[in-house]
Design a protein. Structure first.
Length: 165
């Protein structure tokens, strides 16, 4: 099935709320909580605002034309942080979505450095290294500590034989 991206406001709030409140996703998301419809709407506006502020931001992920999750980039001090959250029915598409998003970020959006922050409940080193990410210490969000990994545009271009320069 095809992977595509759309802006989050194009998706019904009830669908996004169902994803944000999906309990199987929450076990690896230490900052997860129950979202009301109003909180979900505010969350969507905040995520989408990043497109105007930074020229990139999170998307709705569509697989076969169906809303499968959200993912994309959020500006940090020294990088664009990549996040991806899919409904459990689409977990098997994570690699395809990640590659499509990184291609878009490095090749079309002009992002130079991407980081990811993964909770300590995950052991991701082997999985993220296949994309070219390297360990980059840890970061704390709220009260939660995350492992951080970094990927540069140059490293992505070499690993995937793209000319992103």
């Amino acid at each position: 099935m095809d992977v595509a991206f759309a802006r989050l406001p194009a998706i019904p709030i009830s669908d996004i709320r169902a994803l944000l409140n999906e309990p199987r996703n929450g076990r690896h998301m230490p900052l997860a909580r129950d979202f009301s419809a109003a909180e979900t709407a505010a969350w969507v506006l905040g995520k989408d605002r990043q497109w105007e502020e930074h020229g990139y931001g999170p998307w709705a992920v569509l697989i076969g034309g169906v809303f499968a999750g959200w993912g994309g980039f959020e500006a940090e001090a020294d990088s664009a942080d990549f996040a991806l959250v899919l409904f459990p029915a689409y977990w098997g598409y994570g690699a395809r979505v990640t590659i499509a998003a990184l291609d878009e970020g490095f090749c079309s959006l002009g992002i130079e450095t991407v980081t990811i922050a993964l909770p300590l409940t995950r052991n991701p080193a082997k999985a993220v290294s296949r994309y070219g990410f390297e360990p980059d210490g840890s970061v704390t969000h709220g009260q939660a500590v995350f492992r951080r990994f970094r990927l540069t545009r140059e490293r992505w271009a070499r690993a995937h034989k793209f000319n992103t320069m």
